[in-house]
Write a protein that binds this ligand. Sequence first.
Ligand SMILES: O=C(O)c1ccccc1NCC(=O)[C@H](O)[C@H](O)COP(=O)(O)O
Length: 257
Amino acid sequence: MLKKIIETKKKEIEILELPNQVEVTNYSLYKALKNKNRSVGLIAEVKKASPSKGVIREHFDPVQIAKEYEKGGADAISVLTDVSYFQGSSDYLSAIKKVVNIPVMRKDFIIDKKQVDETVLIGADAMLLIVDTVPIKQLKDLYDYAYEKKLECLVEVHSKQELEELLNEFTPKMIGINNRNLKTFETSLQQTVEMSRMIPEQSLFVSESGIFTKADIDLVQRAGASAVLVGESLMREENTNEGILTLFGGESIGSFS
Ligand SMILES: O=C(O)c1ccccc1NCC(=O)[C@H](O)[C@H](O)COP(=O)(O)O
């Protein structure tokens, strides 16, 4: 699936016309997750559909969802901007940026500096970089280029091998372990448990995918994750604001750093 998505991205990049800069106030994803609202930071994802689950939320109002996420105490928002496989849009991200006061991360498959330029122009505060999408040295170039543009990166891995390859090249400020196998779509939180001890102390560690309950959050927190990225379980909630409270077992908003 990842190879197919990357081939689609290459075609998109060939015809990509950069948009005008959206005027926004930028916020630091890293700082927001370091100064999280609850004992575990939350990146709440705005995702209509996905290759593994099809359409997740029929009645999809990205701006309303984002407002409810912020109201529910999310520390940041992840927005799918891929059109072909997730029914996302860059316009969703720009519209969300105009109505929330927390960091917004672009969730797409970034393989080229032109996409980094686009990410800045649509108003994102941060973007996801996925190891295994490009050679590791190219990933480092994209990472450095993004930070030169004052764009933060969450660098995502899916296996011990990918994490080893990454850390042999550089140590990102933020590392995400994705619990979803992008070949089989199977998700297992054991992915986080087994790989967490490889995450360097100096990196902020996010556990991503397959998180549905407070027990799931407790498990990945015990493994060392300081934040989680949650999409499907919140997107299936009628009121995503209340969904966050349920997910965190009623834990109220405080300030944890
Ligand atoms: O979700 C998919 O089917 C998928 C397929 C191929 C590449 C990426 C994919 N998902 C992106 C994500 O990793 C998730 O949207 C994100 O981590 C949230 O996961 P979840 O809470 O399980 O929706």
